[in-house]
Design a protein around this ligand. Structure first.
Ligand SMILES: Cc1ncc(COP(=O)(O)O)c(C=O)c1O
Length: 367
Protein backbone atom coordinates (compact mmCIF):
# COMPACT_ATOMS: atom_id res chain seq x y z
CA UNK A 1 0.00 0.00 0.00
CA UNK A 2 1.45 3.36 -1.03
CA UNK A 3 1.47 6.57 0.96
CA UNK A 4 -1.30 9.15 0.60
CA UNK A 5 -2.08 12.77 1.36
CA UNK A 6 -4.79 13.26 3.96
CA UNK A 7 -5.82 16.21 6.10
CA UNK A 8 -6.28 16.06 9.84
CA UNK A 9 -8.42 19.13 10.60
CA UNK A 10 -7.65 21.71 7.88
CA UNK A 11 -10.45 24.19 7.08
CA UNK A 12 -12.58 23.79 3.95
CA UNK A 13 -12.61 27.20 2.25
CA UNK A 14 -13.92 27.78 -1.28
CA UNK A 15 -15.49 30.27 -3.64
CA UNK A 16 -18.35 31.23 -1.32
CA UNK A 17 -15.87 32.18 1.42
CA UNK A 18 -13.83 34.27 -1.07
CA UNK A 19 -17.00 35.99 -2.26
CA UNK A 20 -18.07 36.97 1.27
CA UNK A 21 -14.59 38.14 2.26
CA UNK A 22 -14.39 40.32 -0.86
CA UNK A 23 -17.80 41.79 -0.06
CA UNK A 24 -16.54 42.74 3.40
CA UNK A 25 -13.38 44.27 1.96
CA UNK A 26 -15.25 46.18 -0.75
CA UNK A 27 -17.64 47.58 1.86
CA UNK A 28 -14.63 48.93 3.83
CA UNK A 29 -16.17 47.40 6.97
CA UNK A 30 -13.42 45.05 8.01
CA UNK A 31 -13.42 45.77 11.72
CA UNK A 32 -16.07 45.28 14.37
CA UNK A 33 -18.75 47.49 12.79
CA UNK A 34 -20.54 46.08 9.76
CA UNK A 35 -23.65 44.20 8.69
CA UNK A 36 -22.18 40.70 8.66
CA UNK A 37 -21.75 40.62 12.44
CA UNK A 38 -25.48 40.86 13.35
CA UNK A 39 -26.39 38.69 10.36
CA UNK A 40 -24.02 35.95 11.51
CA UNK A 41 -25.35 36.17 15.09
CA UNK A 42 -28.96 35.90 13.92
CA UNK A 43 -28.35 33.03 11.52
CA UNK A 44 -26.24 31.17 14.09
CA UNK A 45 -28.93 31.53 16.79
CA UNK A 46 -31.54 30.23 14.34
CA UNK A 47 -29.30 27.33 13.30
CA UNK A 48 -28.67 26.10 16.85
CA UNK A 49 -32.14 27.01 18.08
CA UNK A 50 -31.22 29.51 20.76
CA UNK A 51 -32.87 32.78 21.76
CA UNK A 52 -29.77 34.88 21.17
CA UNK A 53 -26.18 34.53 19.99
CA UNK A 54 -23.37 37.00 20.67
CA UNK A 55 -20.23 36.77 18.55
CA UNK A 56 -16.85 37.04 20.27
CA UNK A 57 -13.13 36.76 19.55
CA UNK A 58 -12.72 33.10 20.55
CA UNK A 59 -14.27 30.14 22.30
CA UNK A 60 -12.08 31.02 25.28
CA UNK A 61 -13.63 34.51 25.40
CA UNK A 62 -17.11 32.94 25.24
CA UNK A 63 -16.34 30.74 28.26
CA UNK A 64 -14.79 33.65 30.15
CA UNK A 65 -17.85 35.85 29.54
CA UNK A 66 -20.29 33.11 30.55
CA UNK A 67 -18.57 32.72 33.93
CA UNK A 68 -18.22 36.49 34.35
CA UNK A 69 -21.87 37.20 33.48
CA UNK A 70 -23.04 34.61 36.02
CA UNK A 71 -21.02 36.38 38.69
CA UNK A 72 -18.84 33.35 39.39
CA UNK A 73 -15.65 34.32 41.17
CA UNK A 74 -13.46 33.99 44.24
CA UNK A 75 -14.54 31.23 46.63
CA UNK A 76 -16.69 29.47 44.00
CA UNK A 77 -16.01 26.02 42.58
CA UNK A 78 -16.63 24.99 38.98
CA UNK A 79 -16.64 21.31 37.98
CA UNK A 80 -14.76 20.52 34.75
CA UNK A 81 -13.43 17.43 32.94
CA UNK A 82 -9.70 16.58 32.68
CA UNK A 83 -9.66 15.55 29.01
CA UNK A 84 -10.24 18.80 27.18
CA UNK A 85 -8.39 21.65 25.59
CA UNK A 86 -6.98 23.79 28.38
CA UNK A 87 -9.26 26.69 27.34
CA UNK A 88 -12.17 25.02 29.16
CA UNK A 89 -10.37 25.44 32.48
CA UNK A 90 -8.31 28.62 32.25
CA UNK A 91 -11.36 30.95 32.22
CA UNK A 92 -12.38 29.52 35.62
CA UNK A 93 -9.07 30.86 36.91
CA UNK A 94 -9.49 34.18 35.01
CA UNK A 95 -12.58 34.94 37.15
CA UNK A 96 -10.77 33.87 40.33
CA UNK A 97 -12.84 30.71 40.91
CA UNK A 98 -11.52 27.20 41.62
CA UNK A 99 -11.74 24.44 39.00
CA UNK A 100 -12.59 20.98 40.31
CA UNK A 101 -11.40 18.39 37.81
CA UNK A 102 -13.36 15.10 37.78
CA UNK A 103 -12.98 11.96 35.71
CA UNK A 104 -14.49 10.94 32.37
CA UNK A 105 -16.82 8.17 31.35
CA UNK A 106 -14.55 5.53 29.75
CA UNK A 107 -16.96 4.88 26.86
CA UNK A 108 -18.16 8.35 25.81
CA UNK A 109 -14.94 10.14 26.91
CA UNK A 110 -17.15 12.85 28.39
CA UNK A 111 -17.40 14.04 31.99
CA UNK A 112 -18.98 11.34 34.16
CA UNK A 113 -22.20 12.50 35.88
CA UNK A 114 -21.57 10.28 38.95
CA UNK A 115 -18.17 11.95 39.44
CA UNK A 116 -19.81 15.38 39.17
CA UNK A 117 -22.24 14.46 41.90
CA UNK A 118 -19.46 13.21 44.21
CA UNK A 119 -17.50 16.46 43.79
CA UNK A 120 -20.32 18.86 44.73
CA UNK A 121 -19.69 20.95 47.85
CA UNK A 122 -21.49 24.00 49.28
CA UNK A 123 -19.04 26.10 47.20
CA UNK A 124 -19.96 24.52 43.85
CA UNK A 125 -21.59 27.06 41.52
CA UNK A 126 -21.34 25.62 38.02
CA UNK A 127 -20.51 22.69 35.78
CA UNK A 128 -18.75 23.03 32.43
CA UNK A 129 -19.44 19.85 30.47
CA UNK A 130 -17.41 19.50 27.25
CA UNK A 131 -18.92 17.62 24.30
CA UNK A 132 -15.56 16.14 23.45
CA UNK A 133 -14.60 15.85 19.77
CA UNK A 134 -18.27 16.44 18.84
CA UNK A 135 -19.79 13.71 21.03
CA UNK A 136 -22.71 15.02 23.13
CA UNK A 137 -22.46 14.48 26.88
CA UNK A 138 -25.20 12.69 28.78
CA UNK A 139 -26.84 16.06 29.11
CA UNK A 140 -30.08 14.89 30.74
CA UNK A 141 -28.11 13.45 33.67
CA UNK A 142 -26.00 16.62 33.96
CA UNK A 143 -29.00 18.96 33.85
CA UNK A 144 -30.77 16.84 36.49
CA UNK A 145 -27.79 17.14 38.86
CA UNK A 146 -27.57 20.89 38.16
CA UNK A 147 -31.25 21.36 38.93
CA UNK A 148 -31.10 19.34 42.15
CA UNK A 149 -28.14 21.34 43.44
CA UNK A 150 -29.03 24.75 41.91
CA UNK A 151 -25.90 24.87 39.75
CA UNK A 152 -25.31 26.74 36.52
CA UNK A 153 -24.38 24.80 33.40
CA UNK A 154 -22.06 26.35 30.82
CA UNK A 155 -21.78 23.96 27.90
CA UNK A 156 -18.39 23.90 26.20
CA UNK A 157 -19.76 23.15 22.73
CA UNK A 158 -16.62 24.44 21.02
CA UNK A 159 -16.05 21.05 19.40
CA UNK A 160 -19.66 19.95 18.96
CA UNK A 161 -21.41 22.38 16.62
CA UNK A 162 -24.10 20.39 14.78
CA UNK A 163 -24.23 17.57 17.33
CA UNK A 164 -27.64 16.85 18.84
CA UNK A 165 -29.14 15.27 21.94
CA UNK A 166 -32.80 14.32 21.65
CA UNK A 167 -32.81 16.28 18.38
CA UNK A 168 -31.73 19.48 20.13
CA UNK A 169 -28.35 21.09 19.40
CA UNK A 170 -25.59 20.87 21.99
CA UNK A 171 -24.96 24.26 23.54
CA UNK A 172 -28.69 24.98 24.01
CA UNK A 173 -29.35 22.97 27.18
CA UNK A 174 -27.34 24.91 29.74
CA UNK A 175 -27.53 28.53 30.87
CA UNK A 176 -24.92 29.32 28.22
CA UNK A 177 -23.43 27.47 25.28
CA UNK A 178 -19.96 28.37 24.00
CA UNK A 179 -18.68 27.74 20.47
CA UNK A 180 -15.31 28.17 18.75
CA UNK A 181 -14.57 29.05 15.13
CA UNK A 182 -10.86 28.43 15.35
CA UNK A 183 -9.24 27.41 12.06
CA UNK A 184 -9.52 23.68 12.74
CA UNK A 185 -13.17 23.61 13.84
CA UNK A 186 -16.26 22.41 11.93
CA UNK A 187 -16.75 25.97 10.64
CA UNK A 188 -14.17 28.70 10.99
CA UNK A 189 -13.93 32.48 11.05
CA UNK A 190 -10.14 32.32 11.21
CA UNK A 191 -10.45 32.74 14.95
CA UNK A 192 -13.64 33.56 16.78
CA UNK A 193 -16.44 32.24 18.92
CA UNK A 194 -20.09 32.53 19.85
CA UNK A 195 -21.99 32.49 23.10
CA UNK A 196 -25.65 31.46 23.02
CA UNK A 197 -28.36 31.74 25.64
CA UNK A 198 -32.09 32.07 26.10
CA UNK A 199 -31.56 34.78 28.74
CA UNK A 200 -32.06 37.74 26.41
CA UNK A 201 -31.17 40.31 29.07
CA UNK A 202 -27.90 38.52 29.83
CA UNK A 203 -27.11 38.28 26.10
CA UNK A 204 -27.65 42.01 25.73
CA UNK A 205 -25.38 42.68 28.66
CA UNK A 206 -22.68 40.45 27.17
CA UNK A 207 -23.00 42.30 23.85
CA UNK A 208 -22.34 45.49 25.84
CA UNK A 209 -19.42 43.97 27.79
CA UNK A 210 -17.58 42.78 24.66
CA UNK A 211 -17.47 46.37 23.40
CA UNK A 212 -15.58 47.67 26.47
CA UNK A 213 -18.95 48.28 28.15
CA UNK A 214 -19.17 51.51 26.23
CA UNK A 215 -22.26 53.70 26.45
CA UNK A 216 -21.76 55.46 23.10
CA UNK A 217 -24.70 57.81 23.77
CA UNK A 218 -22.34 59.55 26.20
CA UNK A 219 -19.24 59.33 24.00
CA UNK A 220 -16.47 57.46 25.69
CA UNK A 221 -18.39 56.64 28.82
CA UNK A 222 -18.02 53.21 30.44
CA UNK A 223 -20.36 52.58 33.37
CA UNK A 224 -18.56 49.34 34.21
CA UNK A 225 -15.47 47.31 33.30
CA UNK A 226 -15.68 45.71 29.85
CA UNK A 227 -13.61 43.65 27.43
CA UNK A 228 -12.50 43.93 23.83
CA UNK A 229 -13.90 40.59 22.72
CA UNK A 230 -15.74 41.67 19.55
CA UNK A 231 -15.78 39.68 16.35
CA UNK A 232 -14.86 41.60 13.19
CA UNK A 233 -17.03 42.02 10.10
CA UNK A 234 -14.33 40.23 8.10
CA UNK A 235 -14.52 37.22 10.43
CA UNK A 236 -18.33 37.24 10.39
CA UNK A 237 -18.27 37.27 6.56
CA UNK A 238 -16.23 34.07 6.62
CA UNK A 239 -18.55 32.64 9.27
CA UNK A 240 -21.67 33.28 7.16
CA UNK A 241 -20.16 31.53 4.16
CA UNK A 242 -19.14 28.57 6.32
CA UNK A 243 -22.52 28.39 8.03
CA UNK A 244 -24.19 28.16 4.63
CA UNK A 245 -22.17 24.97 4.05
CA UNK A 246 -22.55 23.39 7.47
CA UNK A 247 -24.83 20.51 6.43
CA UNK A 248 -22.28 19.39 3.84
CA UNK A 249 -19.53 19.43 6.50
CA UNK A 250 -21.52 17.49 9.10
CA UNK A 251 -22.57 14.86 6.59
CA UNK A 252 -18.93 14.31 5.65
CA UNK A 253 -17.73 14.11 9.25
CA UNK A 254 -20.38 11.51 10.09
CA UNK A 255 -19.61 9.53 6.96
CA UNK A 256 -15.87 9.52 7.74
CA UNK A 257 -16.47 8.04 11.19
CA UNK A 258 -18.66 5.32 9.64
CA UNK A 259 -15.90 4.46 7.17
CA UNK A 260 -13.33 4.10 9.97
CA UNK A 261 -15.79 1.94 11.92
CA UNK A 262 -16.41 -0.31 8.91
CA UNK A 263 -12.72 -0.76 8.14
CA UNK A 264 -11.69 -1.36 11.78
CA UNK A 265 -14.68 -3.62 12.39
CA UNK A 266 -12.54 -6.76 12.63
CA UNK A 267 -10.04 -5.16 15.05
CA UNK A 268 -11.73 -5.70 18.43
CA UNK A 269 -9.02 -3.78 20.27
CA UNK A 270 -10.03 -0.53 18.55
CA UNK A 271 -12.68 1.40 20.45
CA UNK A 272 -14.55 4.50 19.23
CA UNK A 273 -16.18 7.08 21.50
CA UNK A 274 -19.67 5.79 22.23
CA UNK A 275 -22.70 8.00 21.75
CA UNK A 276 -25.03 8.42 24.73
CA UNK A 277 -28.62 7.26 24.20
CA UNK A 278 -30.48 9.79 22.02
CA UNK A 279 -27.26 11.56 21.02
CA UNK A 280 -25.95 12.16 17.53
CA UNK A 281 -22.34 13.31 17.32
CA UNK A 282 -21.06 15.73 14.69
CA UNK A 283 -17.57 14.16 15.01
CA UNK A 284 -15.34 17.18 14.63
CA UNK A 285 -12.54 14.63 14.97
CA UNK A 286 -12.86 10.88 14.80
CA UNK A 287 -10.65 9.46 17.53
CA UNK A 288 -9.92 5.91 18.57
CA UNK A 289 -8.57 4.14 21.60
CA UNK A 290 -6.22 1.27 20.85
CA UNK A 291 -6.58 -1.28 23.63
CA UNK A 292 -3.39 -3.09 22.79
CA UNK A 293 0.13 -2.95 24.14
CA UNK A 294 1.59 -0.36 21.76
CA UNK A 295 3.67 2.78 22.07
CA UNK A 296 1.25 5.47 20.92
CA UNK A 297 4.00 8.05 20.21
CA UNK A 298 5.78 5.57 17.99
CA UNK A 299 2.56 4.79 16.13
CA UNK A 300 1.94 8.50 15.57
CA UNK A 301 5.40 8.91 14.01
CA UNK A 302 4.98 5.86 11.79
CA UNK A 303 1.62 7.08 10.52
CA UNK A 304 2.96 10.57 9.81
CA UNK A 305 5.77 9.00 7.76
CA UNK A 306 3.09 7.27 5.69
CA UNK A 307 1.24 10.55 5.03
CA UNK A 308 -1.40 10.09 7.74
CA UNK A 309 -1.54 13.22 9.91
CA UNK A 310 -2.78 12.56 13.44
CA UNK A 311 -2.78 14.08 16.88
CA UNK A 312 -2.63 12.92 20.44
CA UNK A 313 -5.66 13.02 22.70
CA UNK A 314 -5.58 16.04 25.06
CA UNK A 315 -3.21 15.54 27.97
CA UNK A 316 -5.23 15.30 31.21
CA UNK A 317 -5.42 18.75 32.80
CA UNK A 318 -4.19 17.25 36.07
CA UNK A 319 -0.75 16.96 34.39
CA UNK A 320 -0.41 20.75 34.22
CA UNK A 321 1.68 21.99 37.15
CA UNK A 322 -0.74 24.82 37.98
CA UNK A 323 -3.81 22.55 37.89
CA UNK A 324 -2.58 19.43 39.73
CA UNK A 325 -3.93 20.59 43.07
CA UNK A 326 -7.45 20.98 41.67
CA UNK A 327 -7.79 17.44 40.36
CA UNK A 328 -9.59 14.39 41.70
CA UNK A 329 -8.14 11.00 40.64
CA UNK A 330 -8.81 10.54 36.90
CA UNK A 331 -7.79 7.00 35.89
CA UNK A 332 -10.18 6.89 32.91
CA UNK A 333 -8.78 10.12 31.47
CA UNK A 334 -5.22 8.74 31.69
CA UNK A 335 -6.23 5.47 30.03
CA UNK A 336 -7.84 7.31 27.11
CA UNK A 337 -4.84 9.64 26.85
CA UNK A 338 -2.34 6.77 26.85
CA UNK A 339 -4.14 4.76 24.19
CA UNK A 340 -5.96 7.38 22.14
CA UNK A 341 -5.28 9.07 18.83
CA UNK A 342 -7.23 11.46 16.54
CA UNK A 343 -7.46 10.49 12.88
CA UNK A 344 -7.73 12.52 9.63
CA UNK A 345 -11.16 14.14 9.79
CA UNK A 346 -10.97 17.34 7.72
CA UNK A 347 -13.82 17.85 5.28
CA UNK A 348 -11.17 18.58 2.66
CA UNK A 349 -10.74 14.81 2.48
CA UNK A 350 -12.93 12.73 0.22
CA UNK A 351 -14.39 9.38 1.27
CA UNK A 352 -11.73 7.63 -0.78
CA UNK A 353 -8.94 9.43 1.15
CA UNK A 354 -10.44 8.24 4.44
CA UNK A 355 -10.75 4.66 3.16
CA UNK A 356 -7.08 4.72 2.16
CA UNK A 357 -6.03 6.29 5.45
CA UNK A 358 -7.99 3.69 7.42
CA UNK A 359 -6.41 0.84 5.45
CA UNK A 360 -2.91 2.19 6.06
CA UNK A 361 -3.63 2.58 9.79
CA UNK A 362 -4.93 -0.99 9.92
CA UNK A 363 -1.88 -2.32 8.07
CA UNK A 364 0.42 -0.40 10.44
CA UNK A 365 -1.35 -1.78 13.50
CA UNK A 366 -1.23 -5.31 12.18
CA UNK A 367 2.40 -4.99 11.10
C1 LIG B 1 -12.78 21.95 24.29
C2 LIG B 1 -12.37 23.34 23.88
N1 LIG B 1 -12.66 24.36 24.70
C3 LIG B 1 -12.35 25.63 24.39
C4 LIG B 1 -11.71 25.93 23.19
C5 LIG B 1 -11.32 27.35 22.95
O1 LIG B 1 -11.67 27.87 21.74
P1 LIG B 1 -10.75 28.99 21.06
O2 LIG B 1 -9.52 28.31 20.55
O3 LIG B 1 -11.62 29.53 19.97
O4 LIG B 1 -10.45 30.00 22.11
C6 LIG B 1 -11.42 24.89 22.29
C7 LIG B 1 -10.82 25.11 20.96
O5 LIG B 1 -9.83 25.54 20.64
C8 LIG B 1 -11.72 23.56 22.65
O6 LIG B 1 -11.41 22.53 21.85
Amino acid sequence: MGSIKAYLDAPNLGTLEKEYILRAIDSTYVSTVGPFVPEFEEKFATYVGSGRAVSVQSGTAALHLALYELGIGKGDEVIVPPLTFIATINPVLYVGATPVIVDMNPETWNIEPDEIEKAITPKTKAIIPVHLYGNPCNIDAIMKIAKEHSLYVIEDATESLGATYKDRQTGTFGDFGCFSFNGNKLITTGGGGMIVTNYIDKAQHIKFLVNQARDASRGYYHPEMGFNYRMTNLEAALGLAQLARIDEFIEKKRKFRKIYQEIFNDLPYIKFQEESDNASGSWWLTCIKIEKDIDISNLMIKLKEKGIPNRRIFMPASEMPYLKKFSKPCPNAYEIYNQGICLPSSTLNEEEDIRKAASIIKETLNG
